[in-house]
Design a protein around this ligand. Structure first.
Ligand code: ADP
Ligand code: MG
Length: 673
């Protein structure tokens, strides 16, 4: 075939898509599900400066989504223009793309939503005396008229995807879609404590929060004091970055970045928010919420920074709860990378990563939060926060029993008539992994219609809307208190019971010692002098071909960590010395264990990870075991040494070390307060 002709033909086939089709395609990117509609409309309301945002949904948002705000409203001409593609009031030219301060900027949301639903816009700008009502269905304008309306904007979206059956089929069940919406509105309400948010599903109120002065008060409003108890507050931390000189900057592949003459030579990054104590362990990242300049985003770099902050405090496969707000100059972050604007790109990614990781780590070390286990009943937080997607109300239920559930009491012995029933012997389950696992497949909470709105309702909200001083969690009990504890004895020769200034403590002797040894070995390793013991006879270990490969890869690190090993013939190594605390009888076990870690976890992981894992293995093997009697002096020593560690919260594999039963909890339990 004649190539010229072919080219000509192909050219002839290209058509500019009619707007209606183009909008539907854009809708495929912007409007994935009802929650994406809520997100776009909510962001528009916030961009419009609203202080009160009301979200009403029916049937998980399929039948109805209505957002009412008291923002600036739209002028008549603007209201019409808003449904044109790429019509936005938020950008003027391409320069503005470099410093986007609003949540929206593409001018795609309204036309996209209008093309896949029946949409009604009612809006009035303060400058105009009458408002505008516009009705659109499937992208076609049905009506545009003047109307007597209050200030602000109401957008009603009915029958989402009514004209795109393929998309409708992919929607999940109504409770699931509703849970996504509730989670979204809840989190935007956390980012804006100074605003009022109301979310209703039919007659049921899922969230109602009134303005408060601090984020802590908002967390309390939404989740209640128990969840607040489980969190560490960051406060406001900042780090300044010195910009490289212009020449270096130019060499970076940021072609469009132009340094203005009056640019400050530094950039300020600020981090605030909350994150959970290490014992709150989630099986996925769904409880991590990151806002960058007020925008809710998913970012792998920041997710990684958060996980590394918990390194050796939590198992690698577990994730914390985190609500982080990162603030930086708009030029430092590119939000124009993803259709739904949920991903960002940082101009100085590694700086941001390290800032977030270090801040969380520092706060964890400073606050040394103690896990509490208490008989308190779960207070009713906002129902929206109890939906399965947001998971938060389950957080405590999951966190509290995690330590006891590591212990498996055998079935009670059959009654024998003996006078003194003996306590059953305890056995620890071999797994060190996190116990609570949550996933989306949990049966969704059934939402039963609540009482109709009445005076009663507002009283209920008031009861939770304020921040009664009593509800503010008692001053954070820090694990530094461990050094003042008076050991009273052991339970099952495994757990130390101790009395302190504020209540009772239970400490797992094995993991406590493991943490002490881990930090000791890490410090010795960093200083290049790990205490060693020579073996009388070298230990000879047989390796499989895989183990041989892994050994070759980690031999240097192994030898720097206090082992002296060398190849000894075919697939055999000789061990001549080992770290001082290890029992010679266990040497083969620990070496095989390290090789296993090297094989399974560490392919592609950093040298730092390998080092930490080797040290963790040594610490675990060398630590005193459970089912071992300790005298008072030993227990005192253990508590003091634990208090002196950097992270007395968790063992290097992520298990909690100490549990605290506060005086307040004890008084409550005996109904004295
Ligand atoms: P973008 O938010 O990217 O600008 P949208 O399609 O979401 O694009 O909205 C188009 C425009 O409509 C916005 O730029 C804004 O001027 C106007 N608009 C949308 N929602 C509101 C609202 N709730 N209040 C006032 N103006 C709004
Ligand atoms: Mg928008």
């Amino acid at each position: 075939m004649n190539p010229a002709r072919c080219y000509h033909n192909r050219l002839g086939r290209i058509r500019i898509l009619p707007d209606q089709v183009a909008n539907k395609i854009a809708a495929g990117e912007v409007v994935e599900r009802p929650a994406s509609v809520v997100k776009e409309l909510l962001e528009n309301s916030l961009d419009a400066g609203a202080t009160i945002v009301r979200v009403e949904v029916e049937s998980g948002g399929r039948r109805l989504i209505r957002i009412v705000d008291d923002g600036c409203g739209m002028l008549r001409d603007d209201a019409l223009l808003a449904f044109e593609r790429h019509a936005t009031s938020k950008l003027r030219d391409v320069k503005d793309l470099l410093s986007i301060a609003t949540l929206g900027f593409r001018g795609e949301a309204l036309p996209s939503i209008a093309s896949v639903s029946r949409l009604l816009l009612e809006t009035r700008a303060a400058e105009e005396t009458t408002g505008t009502r516009i009705e659109i269905a499937g992208g076609k304008m049905l009506r545009c008229e003047e109307a007597a309306l209050g200030g602000g904007t109401v957008i009603t979206v009915r029958d989402l995807f009514y004209n795109v059956p393929a998309r409708r089929k992919f929607l999940r069940t109504e409770p699931t879609e509703l849970a996504h919406i509730a989670s979204l509105v809840t989190h935007y309400s956390l980012a804006h404590p100074e605003k009022t948010f109301l979310l209703t599903s039919g007659p049921t109120e899922l969230l109602h929060v009134t303005p408060v002065g601090t984020m802590k008060e908002r967390v309390y409003q939404v989740f209640g004091s128990q969840v607040l108890d489980e969190l560490v507050e960051i406060g406001m931390r900042q780090r300044e970055m010195f910009l490289p000189p212009p020449s270096v900057l130019a060499s970076e592949a940021i072609a469009e970045y132009r340094r203005e003459p009056d640019d400050p030579p530094t950039r300020l990054f600020r981090l605030s928010g909350f994150f959970s104590r290490p014992q709150v362990q989630k099986g996925n990242r769904n409880s991590i919420y990151i806002f960058v300049n007020g925008r809710l985003i998913r970012d792998r770099l920041l997710l990684h920074a958060i996980s590394s902050a918990y390194h050796n405090l939590m198992p690698a496969s577990s994730y914390p709860f985190a609500l982080l707000f990162l603030q930086c100059d708009a030029e430092e972050v590119d939000v124009n990378v993803h259709p739904s604007k949920t991903e960002v790109r940082f101009r100085h990614g590694s700086f941001v990563h390290d800032f977030v990781r270090d801040t969380l780590r520092e706060r964890l070390m400073e606050s040394r939060p103690a896990p509490a286990f208490s008989p308190r009943t779960v207070e009713p937080a906002q129902p929206g926060a109890r939906l399965p997607y947001s998971e938060f109300s389950q957080m405590l239920a999951d966190a509290a029993p995690s330590a006891p559930s590591l212990v498996e009491p055998p079935a009670p012995p059959a009654p024998t008539g003996a006078a003194e029933p003996e306590l059953p012997a305890f056995t620890l389950r071999p797994t060190a992994g996190p116990v609570p696992r949550l996933d989306f497949s949990a049966p969704p909470l059934e939402i039963t219609p609540g009482p109709p709105p009445s005076g009663k309702l507002s009283r209920r909200l008031d009861a939770h809307g304020e921040f009664p001083p009593d509800a503010i969690p008692a001053p954070e009990v820090s694990l530094s208190a461990l050094s003042d504890l008076r050991p009273l004895g052991q339970i099952h020769e495994s757990f130390i019971i101790a009395a302190g200034r504020d209540g009772l403590w239970i400490i797992d002797q094995h993991v406590a010692h493991e943490r002490i040894l881990f930090e000791q070995v890490m410090k010795q390793r960093a200083a290049g002098r790990v205490e060693m013991q020579r073996l009388l006879m070298p230990l000879i270990l047989q390796l499989t071909p895989e183990q041989q490969i892994d050994y070759a890869r980690i031999a240097d690190e192994l030898n720097a960590s206090g082992f002296e090993t060398e190849p000894f013939g075919n697939r055999t190594i000789a061990v001549k010395a080992a770290p001082a605390n290890l029992s010679a009888a266990e040497l083969d076990k620990i070496l095989y264990e390290i090789l296993e870690i090297a094989e399974s976890e560490l392919r592609g992981a950093s040298l730092d990870d390998l080092r930490r894992n080797i040290c963790a293995s040594i610490a675990c093997r060398a630590a005193i075991k459970i089912n071992m009697r300790l005298d008072t002096a030993k227990m005192e020593w253990l508590l003091r040494a634990l208090a002196a560690t950097d992270c007395p919260m968790s063992c290097p594999h992520g298990r909690p070390i100490a549990m605290h039963y506060s005086t307040r909890d004890i008084l409550k339990g005996f109904h004295r307060i």
